[in-house]
Design a protein around this ligand. Sequence first.
Ligand code: GTP
Length: 602
Amino acid sequence: IPIERIRNFSIIAHVDHGKSTLADRLLEFTGAITKNSGQNQVLDKLQVERERGITVKAQSVSLLYNYKGNEYLLNLIDTPGHVDFSSEVSRSLSACQGVILVVDANDGVQAQTVANFYLAFGKDLTIVPVLNKIDLKNADPDRVTKQLQSLFDIEPQEVLRISAKLGTGIQSVIEALIERISPPKVDRTAPFRALLFDSWFDKYRGALSLIYIQDGEINVGDEVQSCHSQKTYSIKSLSLLRPQEVVTKKLVAGQIGLIGCNMRTSKEAFIGDTIHLSSCPVEPLQGFEPPQPMVFAGVYPMDQSQHVNLRSAIDKLTLNDSAVSVDIDSSPALGQGWRLGFLGLLHLEVFSQRLQQEYGAEPILTAPSVTYKITLKETKQNIKTGREIFVNNPALWPDTVHIEETFEPMVIGTIITPDKYLGPIMSLCMERRGVQRNATNIDNDRVMLQYDLPLCEIIIDFHDSLKTISSGYASFDYEDNGYQSSNLVKLRILLNGTAVEELSNIVHISKAQSIGRKMVLKLKEMIPRQMIQIAVQAVCNGKILARETIKAYRKDVTAKLYGGDVTRRMKLLAQQAAGKKKMRMVANISLPRETFIDVLKK
Ligand code: GTP
């Protein structure tokens, strides 16, 4: 197929606006899958997708469509649809010249619509706006068209109206793709050059990489080299995804294909890398930053006998999710473990759920933390003077006397809400130390708010709180906005005078008192009574900010049990034994497994 008849595009949308349903319809319409075959949401359900862990990665599919007597190759590159994964959306867009921006004609423009629009706009891509779900009784396409016009300067006549569910208007989408999006600027006569934009692990073939071929062609048997690692590989397999894998001997510029070249780990397939023929070095393509982990948490086995199992479970899961960073960690109370980095809190939660469900590993997770930046004081004895360090583990926070200045990561948060929830939402943002950037009316009763927010303030239950106070109507998305100087302190928790590092937390000085108080009360609620009395204290810079006492068992309670009925007593003992399994001894006190992460939740 000549280059002029290739179109590379993605579908971007707010969660649930119908991206997967539209993708299915496009597949059906072009004959890639048969109609009504019950294969709903084909892209999400592909074998590869299932094997590669959470469905946050991009999945590509090549479609053929005959338009005005010519055959066109339409490469659809799927993008994940959650706030945690905007860096992955950005990555997928690197291989595209255009996007379909899907907006629910009932819900209207939402926070991710805005974030996704600007991602695509920033990359100079053609945007094909599509209103979906026009079949719904409450759909108001005129109103949503006006929102698109006032927010993004989109001309009303450009906006398509469809129902992905019923299959109405699908042809207009395909024709708009062909007519509005330009073909890729590629050169088939130049030496082979390709962008590696996704990869996953296959049990039999090792790491498989999805590449976008910018120049030249590639054949099975060719020797290729990575610009990133300089390592060379021999191409073992080439295939197209349509959506089933179709094996081929050659791929040419403009195509998107899957290569297998005996990479033993997915780490070797470096996302954003440029691949070329070993015999013919090239200028690397402008890649993109691989996604950076933003949220870190310690992961420890319940007891050290489970260490090996947990390690193999983590290994298996990270094989297919290269966005997770893994470092060895150890803690005095919890022993040997790992510090894992995630793209966001959802990513962390999905990962730990999978550890549990798929590998039966029941790890202890510590409270999530972000990466802080610290400049150290220049002291004569300290050789590493004036140095800048990055800390994502409160246990490694330096002593106050060594700290010159502390910085925390910031984000720009976008919230879209019906205006009746404005008051409580603004209070929530203020409580989270947010500073308003602007507020825009997007129509009669909807507002878009933008806030500068510290990342650490939104990683724990911000999204949930927002949903609760707006009865589910407000939407939220955020983008990274660098570091800002901030007065941060370490809040320690002492149990009977012993500091439990795993419960310590970095907080803004203005919140130390209130968070200390909350944590102590929460711990009092969470830690069951034990044989000894337990003093729970929150301490900051040597000052005790809060204290609670958990009283010991009363002797007569146990005594009474002995007099009771035998079966009841057995039952209680069994329950206690089961309960004990999930407890972890720290400072001679047994703590429930969830303590470390739940202590920060409301
Ligand atoms: P994520 O994968 O979670 O990002 O969602 P998505 O954007 O892919 O949305 P999906 O296609 O899963 O659709 C979300 C819901 O909307 C599903 O229950 C669909 O059946 C429904 N839906 C999609 N398109 C239409 C439509 O045109 N009309 C109606 N009434 N419902 C639709």
